[in-house]
Ligand binder design. Structure first.
Ligand code: SF4
Length: 451
């Protein structure tokens, strides 16, 4: 039988899908890249915005048409839209009470990603035979499902699931539940194995990755031991680049700054979500920091790593955001000089505190205006910032060869680069590239060597 996976949303979901692939292959399914031609599709969903959920509902409508042609076609859902794992009531066993089943009869099973080891049981109910349950019985937790990595040289390793921060606009603490950190030794072993198999770059993943705490660790770090994890991973021979995403500003302690300064594998890039530059909006978002505290982290980071690049996430048009409050976010852009912002327009997510208690009172037109305004500010800044790279060499990890024969990859400071002078043999290796031209979101260059 053929299966396919449709992944929506963030890097965490992409990483989770790599574990879903392993579970499905262990259950005897073969991957098929075109989901409309498969026998079963799993949609790994995102609900950060209404638009993201709408995309999933659109695909579910499409799936209904496929089922009409192929009555044996089955549909599963996981990710942020799912609260309770199990199969649809019509299958009679291991039934889920998830509210999604009230909205559509076109779903066969749903699972919280933490319940991934239960998927073989659900498949066995759907198909009436044992599908991978022996493998699943050996797997104690979702973290123990070995991922089927898409790229061996650039890998993403989750170090925690869930989130304890409860930002008022966010559904994650309700879908992924409380924060759980993986044992440190388990992460180190996974990274060691990946590096032995050729990984050059490892990104540690967590919703608030720097609040990582391994429950039984003996650590010299008093507040948390994310920095200790970085120090341990840095010792693994052959690891070139170490990244993490996303940190929470309030968990950014001195030990983490020290790790950035001292560890050779640490990349000089931090993606740190700001969300708003206004203290009253930050308070209503329950972000747990002020504008001044965010700026303090930025200043300490820049002092520790002078060539660091900082990227961020911002929401414009949050409930009650006035023009004056929006301008506070604009001024933060000017003070920090972000190297990229993933800016979104606020949309109320059902079940969140802000959806229940605040009015979504900024008009769509005004949200769009603020979004474009902020983008313009960022583009102006990036033109100037990126021009400084021109004429200099930077090591670039080659990720792929484009159709026109040029290479594409990333610098250690997370600048995307397209460049001449390489062939397919260098994909997955690090080559020196001289930057010849800069654009707001891209650097162009010439590789020094193709060997
Ligand atoms: S830190 Fe806030 S925005 Fe991020 S996952 Fe947790 S609750 Fe959501």
């Amino acid at each position: 039988m053929k299966y396919s996976v449709l992944t929506f949303g963030c890097q965490m979901n992409i990483s989770d899908s790599e574990r879903i692939h392993t579970q499905m292959k262990q259950a005897g399914f073969a991957f098929h890249p075109t989901w409309e031609e498969a026998d079963l599709v799993i949609m790994n969903t995102c609900s950060v915005k209404q638009k993201a959920e709408d995309k999933v509902w659109g695909q579910l409508t499409k799936a209904r048409a496929i089922r009409k042609k192929n009555p044996k076609f089955r549909v599963g859902l996981t990710g942020c839209m799912v609260r309770d794992s199990g199969v649809a009531e019509r299958w009679g066993e291991l039934v889920s009470k998830d509210r999604l089943f009230a909205s559509t009869d076109n779903l066969d099973f749903v699972f919280r990603i933490e319940d991934l080891p239960k998927v073989p049981s659900y498949l066995s109910v759907l198909y009436g035979e044992n599908l991978g349950q022996d493998y699943a019985d050996e797997v104690e937790s979702y973290f123990h499902v070995q991922p089927d990595y898409e790229k061996s040289f650039q890998v993403f390793v989750p170090v925690q699931t869930g989130c304890n921060k409860y930002c008022t606009y966010c559904i994650v603490p309700f879908t992924r539940k409380r924060e759980i950190s993986r044992p440190m030794q388990e992460i180190i072993e996974e990274v060691r194995e990946l590096v032995e198999k050729g990984a050059k770059e490892v990104t540690l993943l967590g919703q608030t990755v720097n609040s990582y705490r391994h429950r039984s660790s003996t650590t010299e770090y008093s507040k948390n031991n994310f920095a200790e994890l970085l120090y341990q991973i840095n010792k693994i021979p052959g690891l070139d680049r170490l990244r993490y995403t996303s940190p929470h500003p309030m968990d950014f302690d001195d030990e983490l700054l020290r790790a950035h300064k001292e560890l050779p594998s640490m990349c000089n890039h931090v993606h740190m979500p700001l969300q708003s530059g206004d203290n009253e909006i930050l308070r209503r978002m329950n972000r747990k920091y002020t504008r001044e505290q965010f700026l303090d982290v930025v200043q300490r980071l820049k002092a520790a790593v002078p060539d660091v690049t900082i990227t961020t996430d911002v929401i414009v048009g949050f409930c009650g955001e006035t023009e004056e409050q929006f301008q506070q976010t604009v001024s933060m852009f000017r003070e920090v000089g972000f190297d990229m912002s993933f800016t979104s327009r606020y949309s109320a997510r059902k079940g969140t505190y802000s959806a229940k208690h605040f009015e979504d009172d900024v008009t769509p037109e005004e949200k769009a205006r603020r979004w474009h305004y902020l983008n313009e500010v960022m583009i102006e800044q990036l033109k100037e910032k990126n021009a400084r790279y021109v004429g200099h060499y930077f090591p670039v990890l080659v990720e792929r060869i484009l159709e026109d024969g040029r290479g594409e990859g990333q610098t250690r400071c997370a600048k995307r680069v397209q460049f001449q002078g390489v062939d397919r043999s260098v994909v997955g290796s690090v080559v020196p590239v001289k930057m010849t031209q800069s654009l707001p979101f891209l650097l162009l260059g010439e590789a020094l060597t193709s060997s």
